[in-house]
Design a protein around this ligand. Structure first.
Ligand code: CDT
Length: 310
C-alpha cells in the first residue's frame, strides 16, 4: 500500500432555512459568507446543500406557473448567481451548488453543479432518484411534490477528476440507495458530495420520524465504508416555512467514521482535511472489487426494477 498522501481540505456549508420570500441576492450573500469562512479555514472545495438558492418549494402544490418558474435557474451563472463564481476566483476555492434547473428546451431537474477554483464548471449532475409524489395530497401536513416539479435525471452517476481527487455527486434521496455509491465506486470515486433537504416528518410512515438522523448517518457511513470513499453530507436544516428539517451535516471517512459534524441547525461550516489515499486502505483490501466482486451473480440489480417472486 502506498505511503504517500494526497490531502483535500473540504468544507460542508450547511444552511439554515431559506424563507419563501428571501431574495436570491440575500441567499447568495449567505453562500459567499460561507465561502469566505471556508477559504479562511484552508478549504479548496466547499459543498452547499440541495436546492441551496431557494426554499424547498416541493412542500407546496403551486398552480401559478410564474410563481413556480421563479424557483428555477435558467442560466448558470445568471446575474444573481454570478457573485458565487466571482468569489470562487477571488478566494481560490471551488464549490458545489444545488439548484432547480430549467433547461432551454423545458426540462426541469434537481441539479448539482461542480465549479473549480477558476470559476469554471467542471461537472453537472441531475438527481437520479426523485422521491415523494406527483399529485397534490391535501391530507398531508405538507407536500413532497418532487415528482411533480422534477424529472428523473437522465444520466448515470459520474465521477470526475477535480481538486486532485476522483469526485462524484448525488442529491438527497440518492444517498439512501446503495447503487448510488457502488456505481461511483466502480469508477474509482474518492469523495462523494451529497446535499439534502430532509423533513423530520415522513407522512407515509411517521414511525420513521425519530429515526431520520440515524438513517441519514446509516446510509452515508455505509456508502463510504462499502466503497472506500469520503462522503460529504450537507443539509439545509432547521425550521423552514413551518417544516422542520434534519441538519447534522457530516463528513465521513472511508472507514465509515464521522470526522466532522455540524452542531447547529443554521448556516454552519464544518471542515475536514481528507487523505484521499486513505480510500485505498479499503478499496485495496476488503473491498478490492477486482478480486472479490461477483458481477456475474448480480444480474437482477440492472435487469429488474421491483421485487420478483420466482
Ligand atoms: N429532498 C429529498 O430527497 N428528501 C427526501 C425526503 C424523504 S422522501 C419524501 C430524502 O430522502 O431525504
Amino acid at each position: 500500500m502506498s505511503t504517500s498522501s494526497r490531502m483535500l481540505t473540504v468544507g460542508a456549508a450547511q444552511m439554515g432555512p431559506v424563507a419563501r420570500d428571501e431574495s436570491r441576492r440575500s441567499v447568495v450573500a449567505r453562500l459567499v459568507e460561507l465561502m469566505e469562512q471556508a477559504a479562511a479555514a484552508g478549504c479548496r472545495l466547499v459543498v452547499f446543500p440541495e436546492l441551496a438558492l431557494t426554499t424547498f418549494f416541493p412542500r407546496w402544490y403551486l398552480t401559478d406557473q410564474a410563481e413556480v418558474d421563479a424557483f428555477y435557474e435558467t442560466e448558470m451563472p445568471g446575474p444573481q448567481t454570478r457573485p458565487l463564481f466571482e468569489a470562487a476566483v477571488r478566494l481560490g476555492i471551488g464549490f458545489c451548488l444545488g439548484y432547480a434547473e430549467l433547461t432551454p428546451d423545458g426540462h426541469r431537474y434537481n441539479t448539482y453543479l461542480l465549479v473549480d477554483e477558476g470559476g469554471r464548471q467542471v461537472a453537472k449532475f441531475r438527481k437520479v432518484h426523485i422521491p415523494g409524489h406527483s399529485d397534490n395530497e391535501p391530507d398531508r401536513p405538507f407536500q413532497h411534490l418532487e415528482r411533480h416539479y422534477f424529472e428523473e435525471g437522465p444520466e448515470p452517476f459520474g465521477v470526475w477528476d477535480a481538486f486532485g481527487a476522483r469526485v462524484g455527486m448525488a442529491i438527497c434521496n440518492d444517498r439512501r440507495w446503495p447503487e448510488t455509491y457502488r456505481v461511483m465506486g466502480l469508477q474509482g470515486v474518492e469523495m462523494v458530495l451529497i446535499g439534502y433537504n430532509t423533513p423530520l416528518h415522513y407522512a407515509p410512515d411517521p414511525t420513521q420520524n425519530p429515526l431520520q438522523a440515524f438513517h441519514n448517518h446509516l446510509v452515508m457511513q455505509s456508502g463510504a465504508y462499502q466503497n472506500g470513499t469520503w462522503v460529504v453530507g450537507v443539509a439545509k436544516g432547521g425550521t423552514e416555512e413551518g417544516v422542520e428539517s434534519l441538519a447534522q451535516s457530516a463528513i465521513y471517512a472511508p472507514s465509515g467514521q464521522i470526522v466532522a459534524q455540524a452542531i447547529t441547525t443554521d448556516d454552519e461550516l464544518i471542515v475536514a482535511r481528507c487523505d484521499l489515499d486513505w480510500c485505498r486502505r479499503y478499496t485495496g483490501t476488503l473491498f478490492d472489487f477486482d478480486v472479490y466482486r461477483r458481477p456475474e451473480l448480480y444480474g437482477r440489480i440492472t435487469t429488474q426494477k421491483g421485487v420478483v417472486l420466482d
